[in-house]
Design a protein. Structure first.
Length: 171
């Protein structure tokens, strides 16, 4: 997975929450300004890329969260936008991200398990020229949340922690 894809997947996971009363409250918890630090990794044997991110979360109506921000490290910097909605009929979250190069993801789906939001993302694995599955977990706490990504390449490689970032509210 490329560094930009890894960072985008992590930030895409930020696009968590919802629409009915409980889900809307969860969604509202991600509004405001956030600053995150941590690292991403593109392959199990690759070095970690340390990142610093700034994110602004804004509610767009009662059922959509827009996250926009920038992440940067020693080897790259990129901006992104994420639109996250909760599908009240089907009971899942949907998120679409767009990066600074204009790339746009297909809708990703995620489910809440207690306070955690879990996305499973199938994507190209540029290290092996195959496919991989990343599991992204958003685990919120008061004025803080953590995103942990775990990637499992489909062809023979061991799974690895592809992202681990902690965000703090700055407003």
């Amino acid at each position: 997975m490329s560094r930009l894809t890894a960072a985008a997947a992590v930030l895409f996971a930020l696009a968590a929450p919802g629409a009915h009363a409980g889900e809307n409250g969860f969604l509202k918890g991600f509004t405001g300004q956030w600053r995150g630090t941590g690292a991403v990794r593109t392959a199990g044997d690759a070095p970690q890329e340390k990142l610093v991110c700034r994110v602004d979360g804004t509610l767009r109506g009662s059922d959509q969260l827009e996250l926009s921000g920038r992440c940067g490290g020693d080897r790259f910097t990129g901006t992104f936008k994420i639109a996250l909605t909760y599908n009240t009929t089907k009971g899942y979250y949907s998120a679409v991200w767009q990066d600074s190069l204009g790339s746009k993801s297909p809708p990703l789906t995620g489910l809440r398990n207690g306070r955690r939001l879990v996305f499973k993302v199938r994507h190209n694995d540029f290290e092996t020229n195959g496919r991989a599955v990343s599991t992204l977990v958003i685990d919120p706490e008061d004025a803080r949340f953590r995103i942990v990504g775990r990637t499992m390449p489909e062809a023979g490689s061991d799974d690895f922690v592809s992202a681990d970032l902690t965000f703090l509210a700055t407003n």
